[in-house]
Design a protein around this ligand. Structure first.
Ligand code: SF4
Length: 426
C-alpha cells in the first residue's frame, strides 16, 4: 500500500464530531472511511463510499477539497489538513474495479434518465441499487457528459468513466448513446413506452457569447466546443482564452498540451477577483499560462483582439470592473471564449408542462420535481454550472422523490415547490 496514504490515515484524529464530514456536501463519513482502511477493510470502506456517493472516485479528484472536507478538517487550523481527497481516491479507485454491491430485488418499475453527466450518472446508480430498471439516454457517443467532454483527461482520467460504464451495464442499466431526447425521441413517447418516471440531467451546453463584432470568425471558438474534442482544432502558435473560471484554466492548459506556444488568459477584472480555484490558477501558471488582467474585449479580428484597458480606481481595495484607460491590441492566432454556459432547450421546447426560468433553467422544487408530474430534474440544467458533488447531493434527494412517486404515487412530502400539472400523456 502507498506509504503516504497510510501516514495520512494515521494522522487523522478520528474526531467524534468530525467537521470534515460536516463540510462535505454529501456527508461522507470520513473518519469511518479511514478507520476501515487502516483495519484492512478496503472493500467495506469502498462500498460505504460508493453507497453514499457513487461518484466518489471522481469527486476525490475534482472536488474543491480546500473548500469542503479538507477545508473543514480540524487539523487545518494548526497544521496541514488530512489529505482526504487522496485517501478517498485510493479507496474508491480500487473499489471501482471490484464493485458488486448488494441490490434490492429487481421490480418492474422503469426510469428514463436523459443525460449521463454527474446528476444522471449518480441517479442511475442510486436507482439500480433499489431494483429499478434504468435506461440512460445520452446525446453523445459515450457516458459522462461534462465529466468526459468538459474536464480534460489530465485532471480526470477517462478510464474511470469507462469502468463506471462497465459496472452500470453489469448491474443491468441500459445505455442508449447518440440519441437526442426532445426532437427525435420525446418525453411523451418515453411515458408511452412504459417508463414510470423521466429524469432530465442534460447539463448546460450552450456557451454564453460575448456578443461583439468578430465573434463568428474562423479563429474563434467556445471553450465547451474546444474541450469536447481539442484534436479537431488547429490553434496556431498563440491562444487567448477569455474568462478566468476553472473551465478557462482547463482550456488554457489543454491548449498548451495541444502545442500552442503562448497561451494567455484575458480577464476584465484583477488577480484577486479570479473565480477559478487557487489550485487551478497555480497549475495554469506552472504550465506556463500568462494572464492579462483588466482587459475587456471590444472586437475580434483574424489577428487578435482589440481590448479596452480597465484600471482599478485609485484607493479602491477591490475593484469590480476598473475604469476605462485606453485601448490595446492583443495578438492571437486563436481566441477561445469561456464565459460560462446555459442549457439547451430541445427537451422543454418539444414537450408540454415543464417550466423553465428566465435563464432557461428547469424549474424544480427541493426534491427535483418539475412542474410536470412524473418528470424530475437536477444538476446544472436546474442550478446552472455547479460542482460535481453538488449534483450528486441533489440527485440523492431526487432518487428519494422518484422512489416515493413511483411506489406510492406520492407527489407531496417535500418542502413546498412549484405547482405541478398532471402528466398529459397518462
Ligand atoms: Fe480526521 Fe480531520 Fe476529519 Fe478529524 S476533521 S476526523 S482529523 S479528517
Amino acid at each position: 500500500m502507498n506509504f503516504h496514504i497510510l501516514e495520512e490515515c494515521r494522522r487523522c484524529l478520528q474526531c467524534r464530531k468530525p467537521s470534515c464530514t460536516e463540510g462535505c456536501p454529501v456527508g461522507t463519513e470520513i473518519p469511518k472511511m479511514i478507520r476501515l482502511l487502516l483495519d484492512g477493510n478496503i472493500n467495506e470502506s469502498g462500498e460505504m463510499l460508493f453507497r453514499n456517493n457513487p461518484l466518489s472516485a471522481i469527486c476525490a479528484l475534482v472536488c474543491q477539497h480546500e473548500k469542503v472536507c479538507e477545508g473543514h478538517c480540524i487539523l487545518a487550523k494548526k497544521q496541514s489538513p488530512i489529505q482526504i481527497g487522496n485517501i478517498e481516491h485510493y479507496i474508491s479507485d480500487y473499489y471501482l474495479n471490484v464493485l458488486d454491491p448488494q441490490r434490492e430485488e429487481a421490480h418492474n418499475h422503469r426510469v428514463a434518465i436523459i443525460g449521463s453527466g454527474p446528476a444522471g450518472l449518480s441517479l442511475a446508480f442510486f436507482l439500480v441499487l433499489k431494483g429499478y430498471g434504468v435506461t440512460i439516454f445520452e446525446a453523445n457517443e459515450d457516458i459522462g457528459g461534462v465529466l468526459r467532454y468538459g474536464i480534460p483527461a489530465f485532471r480526470l482520467p477517462k478510464d474511470i468513466l469507462d469502468r463506471m460504464r462497465s459496472r452500470l451495464r453489469e448491474m443491468g442499466v441500459k445505455i442508449r448513446p447518440n440519441v437526442l431526447i426532445g426532437s427525435i425521441v420525446t418525453v411523451d413517447e418515453l411515458f408511452r413506452d412504459g417508463f414510470d418516471a423521466v429524469f432530465i440531467g442534460t447539463g448546460v451546453w450552450n456557451p454564453n457569447k460575448l456578443n461583439i463584432k468578430g465573434e463568428c470568425l474562423g479563429n474563434v471558438t467556445y471553450a465547451i466546443d474546444f474541450l469536447r474534442s481539442p484534436d479537431a482544432f488547429d490553434l496556431g502558435a498563440s491562444v487567448v482564452v477569455i474568462g478566468a473560471g476553472n473551465s478557462a484554466m482547463d482550456t488554457a492548459r489543454t491548449a498548451l498540451r495541444q502545442g500552442a506556444r503562448s497561451v494567455r488568459i484575458m480577464y476584465h477584472r484583477g488577480p484577486d477577483d479570479i473565480p477559478a480555484r487557487d489550485q487551478e490558477v497555480q497549475y495554469a501558471r506552472i504550465d506556463g499560462v500568462k494572464f492579462e488582467f483588466y482587459r475587456k474585449a471590444l472586437e475580434i479580428t483574424e489577428k487578435g483582439i482589440d481590448c479596452e484597458i480597465l484600471r482599478r480606481p485609485e484607493g479602491a481595495e477591490k475593484d469590480p470592473d476598473g475604469e476605462p484607460g485606453g485601448h490595446v491590441f492583443i495578438d492571437a492566432d486563436t481566441i477561445i471564449v469561456c464565459i460560462s454556459q446555459g442549457p439547451r432547450s430541445n427537451i422543454v421546447s418539444n414537450t408540454t408542462g415543464i417550466d423553465i426560468n428566465n435563464k432557461g433553467l428547469v424549474v424544480v422544487d427541493d426534491c427535483g420535481r418539475t412542474t410536470r408530474e412524473g418528470v424530475f430534474a437536477s444538476g446544472d440544467v436546474v442550478t446552472g454550472p455547479r460542482t460535481v458533488v453538488e449534483a450528486v447531493a441533489f440527485s440523492k434527494r431526487v432518487e428519494q422523490a422518484i422512489d416515493c412517486y413511483i411506489r406510492e404515487r406520492c407527489t407531496a412530502g417535500c418542502p413546498p415547490g412549484p405547482r405541478r400539472r398532471k402528466n398529459p400523456s397518462k
